[in-house]
Design a protein around this ligand. Structure first.
Ligand code: SF4
Length: 413
């Protein structure tokens, strides 16, 4: 994403000046990153520190310092109302049983949690015990996301996941019994052809559970991961366009047949069960990110926290802010984000918006003909086939996508 204003790596001081000069919109959504995993999966480049005994107390203390910094810098009134919390990772199911209540206590010093519409927590099948699930629910979490990824043992082993199919099934039973209002599952697709799996059979297994939301992410080859090395060595070939598209269509078609709506490029939900948190990102509403690698958005500013846990902890201990870089969006950036974020959701974009009316008008008849978009009530909405070429659509309308906006939420764990 282009930087209209230079954030730089030592970003806290200019950001503080900016906060004083223009103020920061108070966030209604909060993302919290728990950066610990027992083991790193073969494809993962997230901000993760390997640990079988994560330092929960240190993490919580750092989070509290992070919060104190933000409230001091922005001048937000104490105890802001909040609509949504998303605790992602990493592996938030690795927290001790006392952890969720301790986190809720820290958050309630700064936020009014009574009016929360949603509190999601991510979990890994290996560490999701009945007691941990219960602890999150009692602390206030309403929605549990389980990082299943696949229901096939060989595929899971190839991905470097620590669980097998039975553990995934057991985690879903635990999640279902724990009494969360809603349950989501993450699935990975677009694996190299060398990995033999039966996606149809796996979707059958998924549908045996009382799941009301599915996030399906295409596997990407990230630099410096074991997967990237395997590709370099020629041991595996990333899934080609056709295989990728077939799997995407299979997931979309099967879930739609089962009563889910395909409401965003990677997300499916039964009626009324969409993830509310992500709409804050897609609608470009202000949100705060806490923890290493988290992002925040305070229009027109996007901010990024220090990526690695060790450094994040140290900068906070030293009294510096958690933010490592930030940028101020100009009008062109904002237009591009609106276009990109609009087209990736079922809401689509307004065809008559002056920013892109002419470009849309030129391309629309052909795109409708190709089945890539629909025009309904003056809005242009991508179809499943359109989402497969989202970059292309945005580029053609936007006159060149410089880089996709970096948005929280794509957590393949
Ligand atoms: S993919 Fe998820 S579970 Fe695996 S290492 Fe990364 S954050 Fe941890």
């Amino acid at each position: 994403m282009p930087a209209a204003s230079d954030g730089g790596s030592n970003a806290a001081r200019p950001l503080v000046s900016l906060a004083a000069a223009q103020g920061f919109a108070s966030p209604r959504a909060l993302y919290i990153h728990y950066p610990f995993c027992v083991h790193r999966c073969h494809y993962c480049d997230f901000s993760v520190k390997r640990s079988s005994d994560p330092p929960f107390e240190e993490w919580l203390a750092a989070l509290e310092t992070d919060l104190t910094w933000w409230f001091a810098v922005t001048g937000w009134p104490r105890r802001l109302p909040l609509d949504s919390i998303f605790v992602g990772g990493g592996t938030p199911s690795l927290v001790p049983e006392s952890g969720p209540a301790a986190l809720a206590a820290v958050l309630s010093e700064r936020f009014v949690l009574d009016g929360l519409l949603e509190w999601t927590v991510e979990s890994n099948p290996v560490s999701l015990t009945e007691r941990v699930a219960e602890a999150w629910r009692v602390a206030g979490a309403t929605r549990l996301s389980v990082g299943v990824q696949a229901f096939d043992d060989l595929t899971l082993r190839w991905l470097g996941r620590l669980h097998d199919r039975e553990t995934a099934e057991q985690a879903l039973r635990i999640a279902g019994a724990a009494g969360f209002e809603r349950l989501s599952v993450d699935l990975l697709f677009g694996l190299p052809g060398e990995v033999e799996r039966s996606l149809d059979r796996e979707i059958d297994q998924l549908l045996e559970h009382d799941v009301d939301h599915v996030s399906a992410y295409g596997l990407t080859v990230e630099p410096r991961t074991p997967l990237a090395r395997w590709v370099e060595l020629g041991r595996v070939t990333p899934a080609g366009g056709e295989a990728y598209e077939t799997e995407y269509r299979t997931i979309s078609g099967r879930l739609i047949d089962a009563g889910f709506g395909h409401y965003e490029v990677s997300n499916f939900a039964r009626p009324g069960q969409e993830c509310r948190h992500n709409w804050y990102y897609w609608n470009r509403s202000p949100y705060l990110g806490l923890g290493p690698s988290s992002h925040g958005f305070f229009p027109p500013l996007r901010v990024w926290n220090t990526f690695r846990w060790d450094r994040y902890r140290k900068v906070l201990e030293a009294g510096a802010g958690p933010v490592e870089s930030w940028e101020k969006l100009d009008e062109a950036d904002v237009a591009l984000e609106r276009l990109w974020l609009g087209l990736r959701t079922r809401k689509g974009i307004e065809a008559d918006d002056a920013t892109w009316r002419d470009a849309v008008g030129r391309r629309l008849p052909e795109w409708i003909d190709q089945g890539w978009v629909r025009l309904e009530a003056g809005r242009v909405m991508a179809t499943t086939d359109g989402w497969l070429r989202l970059d292309e659509l945005v580029t053609e309308i936007g006159g060149g996508v410089r880089e996709a906006p970096l948005i929280e939420g794509g957590h393949k764990n």
